[in-house]
Write a protein that binds this ligand. Structure first.
Ligand code: HEM
Length: 141
């Protein structure tokens, strides 16, 4: 039963984490369409910080804790699919960190990425999730 509860919790927080990672770059795009220094831009900065603090940070922590707990319960450390999965999750965690840093820059009024670049960045979590889910369900190696 422990394994099933761990996996249920893991997948629930994976969904929260992905939802936050999909939303944040989208907020950045709309934020950058608002006039710099405007009340609208300040509102977007507030929304981005709330998303980071209330959804994204707790989710990434719980996904890692329950994921590692699952790997311990299954003694899955020697399995190739988990190695590949961990590499992708590390990249996603780096993406999370990069987006969190960009939110701070935007709050200071620094708009260094174009709307097009942000839309392209928005595709990263989608691609990573597709490969991660195939790795963990199909376990091809
Ligand atoms: C953060 C590091 C992570 C670790 C260490 C980890 C590890 C694991 C392990 C050991 C399992 C159990 C596999 C099994 O039951 O056979 C599992 C299940 C699962 N993980 Fe993760 N995971 C992590 C992050 C993620 C992420 C980011 C996603 C999706 C984006 C994800 C999606 C899933 C899914 C869908 C399952 C259920 C698979 C099944 O039902 O067989 N995991 N994870």
């Amino acid at each position: 039963m422990t394994y099933l509860w761990l996996k249920a919790g893991h997948i629930i927080f994976v969904i929260f984490w992905m939802a936050g990672l999909f939303m944040l770059p989208r907020l950045f795009v709309y934020h950058q369409e608002a006039p710099e220094g405007s009340e609208e831009a300040a509102k977007f900065a507030e929304r981005e910080q709330k998303l980071l603090k209330i959804i994204l940070l707790p989710s990434i922590i719980v996904v890692w804790v329950l994921g590692i707990a699952l790997a311990i319960v299954l003694d899955a450390w020697s399995q190739g699919w988990l190695h590949a999965k961990l590499l992708l999750v590390l990249i996603l965690s780096g993406y999370h960190g990069y987006m969190s840093a960009y939110a701070k820059k935007l709050a200071r009024g620094e708009r260094t990425l174009s709307g097009k670049q942000l839309r392209l960045l928005n595709e990263v979590p989608g691609l990573a999730v597709a490969v991660i889910v195939v790795l963990v369900i199909v376990k091809p190696f």
